[in-house]
Design a protein around this ligand. Structure first.
Ligand SMILES: [Ca+2]
Ligand SMILES: [Ca+2]
Ligand SMILES: [Ca+2]
Length: 670
């Protein structure tokens, strides 16, 4: 029987970020009852605090959100999934995260995920135990109006055995949202779990997806749909809906505006691996242990629109079987005013190098970084510069050009940076987007990300790649690439099934990436495959195992390493220095700043070995760029800078040309 629990949590925690806490202490010390905060500052609110999800039903908690008097540029829900107090369940169950209106009872879905097969957690195998957690992040900025004051949040557990645990934290990031939300409407919400898609599609469509006319608030200038579908059930002739690939079509005012596959093809690259279940099979918009993706569809509304006709059609199919296939579904319509922000480029994610759980299948690495660039402004993003580096090492610059509409993002691969500045005890990669469309970014707080990353292991130059094939040797191959992406060693043909192959490689000092690839996406070992088990290892020549790799790896195993010297000491074959604006600590630049401390003006005299132009910048001690300009293409000269508008404090002048980088500290004092 469904049941419902309400936790009037004693853990209604509101805490501000460290910077704001410091500000609070500083202000309190002066006896002034005021907290200063600014764009980018984050307020955290917790709803569920490690609530056990033990059997089917709704698990509610109350959250004490900000009162709405402050504007937020972004609101994120961070959902941390863990094992229940009694341990993890063996099964992959759906967890839906809802806001529940206390008056009407209307639920609005904020996020959805599917638990992993938790057998290895429960048994303490394969490196897992019941302390396992994974955090999922959902952008819920559109739901700002629901997240004010004391509100009810729900984790709905569509599972029949114990269990998992849910912790829900909301991050309110101060600033102006890209657009004001004028209205929010839950259009489709399957409840309590899925809508059965049993009879060829026609009845299903009439029951759940008929076309409908929706009113829009006054002054609407834009809108979008947030659609989250996931397919479940499969005991039928076409394995629908969990294992069948189907699309939906969105029609607005009778015209198709989007066609969207409801499918994940990357379950074999699931970061939660291996699992004691069929974790690697591709599925209908989910993989066990991962989130269901929300698809955003921008609506081509004209300013002043007062209504729209919305229709959603699913691919049809003929069902016969025992188990009714079904879709768990959420459609939310959001109506917006005009754009508040035109020019806003963002570094939305760092894929590699990164210690993030979500990207653990592509790390560690010492080769080309990959970051996600996103446009958050109303103007299409067509060009920018991406600055990046490792620790306090040389800064690299890479130009980007493309065409991203609002909300669109793109993965950008960067030339391998110089790792010489790495602090091996606290390895940090940073990346910053600059000069969107040659202009000034209106939202600086999201321009930069700093991430920790795992240090690639160090191997000897010469070692043995050791592989025992399984019963399907034609499916698997391996290759080692240098940091330019060139294949320097590989094997794709094997003598037969269940056969050992030893290949000695001899790699010059450098940075490399192993890729072990399986065309059937079921690795060298998988319990549900008839192919049997193989193994893959690196051996020291005439000695012990260097690394033993997990054979149950699904689609592809990626493993970065250095040879001969540790990270930071090997010279990259590529390095960003080849891309233009890079630096060499050895090249000579001299800077003289006067007066220092300065009051209103600062004179900068420079000398450099070779005339070359680049960029000068004034940055504060938090790394924010306050002023910048071009360095003249001369060997020496001086600049007179008017700094009357700059607050007092300590700053750094950075001088960056094609050949050199130099920096000098100064103080503004009045
Ligand atoms: Ca329809
Ligand atoms: Ca920005
Ligand atoms: Ca295989």
């Amino acid at each position: 029987m469904p049941c419902s629990f309400v936790f009037r949590s004693t853990f209604l925690i509101r805490y501000r970020n460290f910077r704001a806490v410091l500000a609070l202490f500083a202000v309190c010390a002066c006896g002034v009852q005021q907290v200063f905060a600014g764009p980018g500052d984050t307020t955290w609110v917790r709803a569920h605090d490690a609530v056990d999800l033990t059997s089917y039903g709704a698990y509610d908690a109350w959250a004490d959100f900000p009162d709405g008097s402050t504007s937020y540029a972004r609101i994120e829900l961070h959902m941390t999934l863990g094992c229940a107090s009694g341990g993890c369940s063996d099964w992959d169950y759906t967890v839906r995260l809802h806001h529940v209106d206390t008056v009407s009872g209307v639920e609005a879905e904020l996020g959805r995920l599917i638990t992993p097969y938790g057998g290895y957690m429960a048994l303490g195998q394969k490196g897992f135990d019941n302390a396992w957690t994974r955090t999922f992040v959902y952008d819920v900025t559109d739901m700002a109006a629901l997240l004010r004051g004391v509100e009810r949040l729900r984790a709905f557990y569509d599972g029949w055995s114990s269990g998992f645990s849910a912790t829900l934290d909301f991050a309110f990031i101060e600033g102006t949202p890209p657009r004001d939300v004028l209205g929010l409407q839950v259009v489709h919400h399957s409840t309590p779990s899925s809508w059965g898609y049993a009879s060829g599609g026609t009845d299903f469509d009439a029951a759940h997806f008929p076309d409908t006319t929706l009113a829009l608030p006054a002054a609407t200038e834009g809108g979008r749909l947030r659609i989250t579908p996931s397919g479940h059930g499969f005991d039928n002739n076409v394995n629908c809906a969990e294992f069948c690939k189907r699309d939906y079509t969105v029609l607005m005012d009778g015209s198709a505006i989007a066609e969207q596959p409801m499918w994940r093809e990357d379950c074999g690259m699931n970061p939660v691996f291996p699992q004691a279940g069929t974790w690697l099979y591709d599925r209908a918009n989910w993989c066990p242990g991962s989130e269901a993706w929300t698809h955003f569809h921008e609506l081509p509304l004209s300013a002043g629109s007062t209504s729209l006709n919305l229709d959603i059609d699913l691919d049809t199919y003929t069902w016969s079987g025992i188990q009714t296939p079904g879709y768990i579904w959420s459609t939310i319509l959001v109506a917006y005013g005009a754009f508040n922000i035109q020019l806003d480029a963002e570094i939305a994610d760092v894929v590699k190098p990164s210690a993030a759980y979500a990207h653990s299948r592509l790390n560690p690495t010492c080769a080309e970084p990959e970051v996600v660039l996103r446009n958050n402004g109303g103007t299409a993003l067509t060009a920018c510069t991406i600055a990046y580096g490792v620790g306090d090492g040389p800064v690299c610059y890479q130009a980007w050009s493309g065409n991203l509409a609002y909300g669109e993002s793109e993965s950008v691969v960067l030339s391998t940076p110089n790792f010489s500045g790495v602090d091996l005890s606290q390895p940090e990669f940073w990346v910053r987007v600059e000069g969107p469309n040659g202009g000034e970014d209106e939202v600086p707080w999201n321009n930069e990300r700093r991430v920790r990353f795992p240090v690639p292991p160090l191997y000897p130059n010469q070692f043995i790649v050791w592989m025992r094939t399984n019963g399907a040797p034609t499916e698997t191959r391996w290759q080692i690439l240098d940091d330019l992406g060139n294949v320097v060693a590989s094997r794709s043909s094997f003598d037969g099934p269940f056969t050992i192959h030893e290949d000695t490689v001899d790699l010059p000092n450098g940075c490399y990436t192993l890729e072990l690839i399986d065309s059937d996406k079921d690795g060298l070992s998988f319990f549900a495959s008839p192919d049997g088990s193989g193994s893959f290892r690196f051996f020291q020549v005439g000695a012990a195992v260097l690394t033993s790799f997990e054979a149950d790896f699904g689609t592809k195993l990626v493993h970065g390493f250095t040879t001969g010297l540790p990270l930071g000491n090997v010279n990259s074959a590529e390095s960003c220095e080849a891309t233009g604006l890079a630096s060499s600590p050895a090249a000579a630049v001299e800077l003289w700043l006067s007066p220092n401390p300065a009051k209103d003006r600062l004179r900068v005299d420079w000398w450099q070995q070779a005339a070359s132009n680049g960029i000068w910048r004034i940055v504060d001690l938090q790394g924010r760029i306050l002023r910048e300009g071009q360095t003249p293409e001369q060997r020496s000269g001086h600049l007179n800078l008017d700094l009357k508008a700059m607050p007092t404090g300590h700053y750094v002048l950075v001088w960056q040309t094609r050949d050199a980088q130099h920096s000098a500290r100064f103080e503004m004092r009045r």
